[in-house]
Design a protein around this ligand. Structure first.
Ligand SMILES: CCCCCCCC/C=C\CCCCCCCCCCCCCCCC(=O)SCCNC(=O)CCNC(=O)[C@H](O)C(C)(C)COP(=O)(O)OP(=O)(O)OC[C@H]1O[C@@H](n2cnc3c(N)ncnc32)[C@H](O)[C@@H]1OP(=O)(O)O
Ligand SMILES: Cc1cc2nc3c(=O)[nH]c(=O)nc-3n(C[C@H](O)[C@H](O)[C@H](O)COP(=O)(O)OP(=O)(O)OC[C@H]3O[C@@H](n4cnc5c(N)ncnc54)[C@H](O)[C@@H]3O)c2cc1C
Length: 667
């Protein structure tokens, strides 16, 4: 079957891998990206970016100081948002950005990810008409400033205030304490001249909770901070170092009333407050990012899996049989067990990410028509997915990194940077432990609705079903029936964990604790239930994709799905066994099937990651390059280290040489 990646001059081990492919890699890639046309556009953009001298990197970013890297990123961003702006559709923009500037952020990241979405969904018509065209034309750059030094999770306790002054019809925005400074917002430090700032709304001394306000931070001509505004960069981080995450203090800064984002909640000139149709519509920008980050985090894991798989196919180390040749490290079962589940999980996350983006679009449509009834389901799902996917992705990337041995520790592999970017997602958009509890709240309601026989939305419909006996291992050789048996077992487990958590909670309440304290006593179990609910959704979403896939890729997707299910079940064996739904023999059966899956997938491993269709430039990894010629490339990469600009470093000349000389003269 065709693997379209084969080219003359490639590493022969990689070519051999590609020759054993049993499916058409382009078919799978087209399915992943939605259509042949989308795949072609993806390639076109990659090629054009590579050919554009404005995007050329004289030195890899890894060797640049932070300031120089920020400079290079800003320069490229200007090219994207001026020269390229009309050459790509909005949905192609993330790919263009990833190709051209990479994954560590750029000056307009928050402008796109949060500033525009908050204005779009929360500004009233007047404000939107005034500001949106300017923001969309990049006449101004904005960000989303919510988190403070002292509070990120608990939004109700944010300290920044917006106090309404009826006499002037203005809000007075103020940072009352040091820890009330906004701290962390991306692109706040140096790039943005506007921000949507989240403040406690105060009218006539009454606190009406967090609301969003448009605030100008810097002069549009000089870019100097405006009077009353203290703003800057918070310093280097694990990753995202081309992003200027910032701090901001506002000293009684006055803004006109109409700069409150008033599509949903409103304040009239006389100070009358009208609440929104759903209390949390002000949190919409967060839901937007959570709904989109699932897919982008799936892509990060896909990259790591591509690097580890390709490198493991070209790296030879050790022998499996005495006297045999040195083997490709991909032939070790432990290596396969480390890497192949990451390939399967990356596909699973990408599929789930696409489904949740569609669900988000439907929910937005409803809200635009005055209906917020889809929001609770979306909020529960995005909170769960955000948490599970970022954690799973972080672990997966780290497995991929370690599977590359010493070279995985080098920035040349691209893996440390991927890990740093991915792991940030566990914290931003709501710390994972906290967001899982949001999902659990919804599950607890679902358990009650199911008891009362009420109708349940699709993502929690399983709560209303009855469990039978687990049929894992009892369905003969029919793979379709085996998939169904496993999905039913996962449904049972998700249901059982939610009901158990609900009962534990009730028991503590009956024992005399208030609801909230009782909740804190069962949150580990609550979060467990949320994770399994989410993992069930991911498995179902993968299954839906398998069932709707064309016959040309059905077989390889089915193999991948089998591995996915077997791996997830073995990973969650404790939950399957705990109530006796499965027995030890069934877990042994799942493990046996998993080891068989590793062997089945082995010939297609390289081709499966080729179908992620990530260009060399985007992958930015010496180890993961498509042609597999890693050793020469490693040397060429290392030669660019600034420590190699001279043979004798000043540090050696000034300190080490005199020290050695002094020590020698003492003898
Ligand atoms: C860099 C690449 C991008 C490329 C872009 C290129 C061009 C772009 C083109 C398109 C762009 C598409 C976007 C791409 C994005 C992907 C990549 C992202 C890049 C990185 C960006 C990084 C951004 C990071 C930003 C931030 O971190 S912003 C700050 C986030 N902060 C938080 O998340 C705080 C978490 N805390 C909370 O949310 C709340 O405090 C809480 C925990 C929910 C509790 O709130 P509260 O106390 O008020 O409520 P509760 O009492 O707990 O609940 C009451 C009921 O309300 C329900 N609820 C709560 N929240 C919501 C909600 N959001 N929606 C709906 N309902 C909600 C809750 O369930 C309760 O319901 P009940 O029925 O049980 O009562
Ligand atoms: C890379 C990055 C980019 C960011 N970008 C932005 C941005 O653009 N705009 C913005 O406004 N913010 C941004 N943030 C801030 C981010 O949203 C917050 O850091 C995040 O919401 C967590 O809040 P916190 O830092 O206050 O953590 P804390 O809430 O202090 O969490 C610390 C610990 O306490 C635990 N904890 C807290 N509350 C509970 C609870 N109720 N139950 C159980 N455990 C709890 C947490 O789980 C965690 O382990 C960014 C952060 C990062 C790392």
């Amino acid at each position: 079957m065709p693997n379209r990646c084969i080219r003359p001059g490639d590493n022969p081990d990689l070519t051999k891998e590609r020759e054993t492919c049993t499916f058409d890699t382009d078919e799978l890639a087209a399915n992943l990206y939605g259509s042949r046309r989308n795949l072609e556009r993806r390639r076109e953009i990659s090629q054009k970016v590579s050919a554009d001298p404005d995007f050329a990197d004289p030195i890899p970013h890894e060797f640049l100081s932070r300031e120089k890297a920020v400079d290079a990123t800003a320069k490229k961003s200007k090219v994207i948002f001026q020269k390229w702006k009309n050459l790509v559709k909005p949905e192609e923009m993330p790919h263009l950005v990833n190709e051209a500037v990479g994954i560590q952020g750029f000056p307009l990241a928050l402008h796109h990810a949060m500033f525009l979405p908050s204005l779009n969904s929360q500004a009233d018509d007047d404000l939107a008409a005034e500001i949106l065209p300017r923001a969309k034309a990049y006449e101004i750059i904005g960000t989303y400033a919510q988190t403070e030094m002292g509070h990120g999770t608990n939004l109700r306790e944010l300290e920044t205030t917006a106090t309404y002054d009826k006499t002037t019809q203005e809000f007075v925005i103020n940072t009352p304490t040091r820890k009330a400074m906004k701290w962390w917002p991306g692109n706040l430090g140096k790039m943005s001249n506007y921000a949507v700032v989240c403040c406690q709304l105060i009218i006539d001394g009454k606190n009406l909770g967090p609301h969003n306000f448009l605030v100008q931070l810097r002069c549009e001509k000089t870019h100097e901070p405006l009077p009353g505004i203290t703003v800057g960069d918070i310093g280097p981080k694990i990753a995202y170092n081309t992003t200027d995450n910032g701090f901001l203090a506002l000293d009684n800064v006055r803004i006109p009333r109409r700069q409150m984002l008033m599509k949903h909640a409103k304040v009239s000139p006389d100070g009358t407050y009208t609440p929104p149709i759903h209390a949390k519509l002000n949190y919409g920008a967060m839901v937007h990012v959570r709904a989109h980050m699932i897919y982008s985090h799936g892509h990060l894991l896909a990259r790591a899996a591509a690097v580890a798989t390709r490198y493991s196919a070209v790296r030879r180390q050790g022998r499996i049989e005495n006297g045999g040749p040195e083997v490709q490290i991909l032939d070790y079962q432990t290596q396969q067990h480390r890497i192949f589940p990451q390939i399967a999980r990356a596909y699973a996350i990408l599929f789930a990410g696409q489904e949740v983006r569609d669900q988000y679009a439907k929910t937005l449509e409803g809200i635009a028509n005055g209906q917020a009834d889809l929001l609770p389901d979306l909020h529960a799902l995005t909170s769960g997915l955000k948490s599970v996917v970022t954690f799973m992705g972080g672990l997966g990337i780290e497995q991929c990194r370690m599977s590359c041995g010493g070279h995985g520790y080098s920035d040349a592999s691209g893996l440390p940077k991927l890990y740093g970017v991915q792991i940030g997602g566990c914290t931003y958009e709501g710390e994972n432990m906290v967001m899982l509890q949001q999902t659990a709240r919804y599950l607890m309601k679902g358990v009650k609705w199911a008891e009362q026989g009420k109708s349940l939305s699709p993502s929690i419909a399983y709560l209303g079903k009855k469990s039978g006996k687990s049929l894992i291992g009892l369905k003969g050789g029919d793979i379709t029936r085996e998939h169904e048996a496993i999905l039913e077992t996962l449904e049972h487990t998700a249901r059982r964990l939610a009901i158990d958590a609900s009962q534990l909670w009730e028991k503590r309440i009956k024992g005399g604790e208030c609801k909230e304290r009782a909740w804190n006593g069962v949150t580990v179990e609550m979060n467990r239930a949320s994770r399994v609910y989410t993992r069930l959704f991911m498995a179902r979403s993968f299954h839906r994709r398998l069932l709707s896939s064309p016959s040309s890729i059905r077989s390889v997707l089915s193999d991948l799905f089998s591995l996915y299910l077997h791996y997830e079940c073995v990973d969650m064996a404790q939950h399957l066994l705990e109530d006796g739904h499965c027995n030890g023999g069934q877990i042994q059966y799942l493990k046996k099937r998993l080891y068989e899956d590793l062997t089945t997938l082995r010939p297609n491993a390289v081709s499966l990651v080729d179908s992620f269709e990530i260009s060399d430039r985007e992958l930015n990894s010496v180890l993961g390059r498509r042609d597999g010629n890693v050793y020469e490339a490693l040397f060429q990469w290392a030669k660019q280290s600034e420590l190699n600009y001279t043979d004798v470093l000043p540090a050696v000349k000034n300190y080490m040489m005199p020290m050695m000389e002094e020590n020698r003269s003492k003898l």
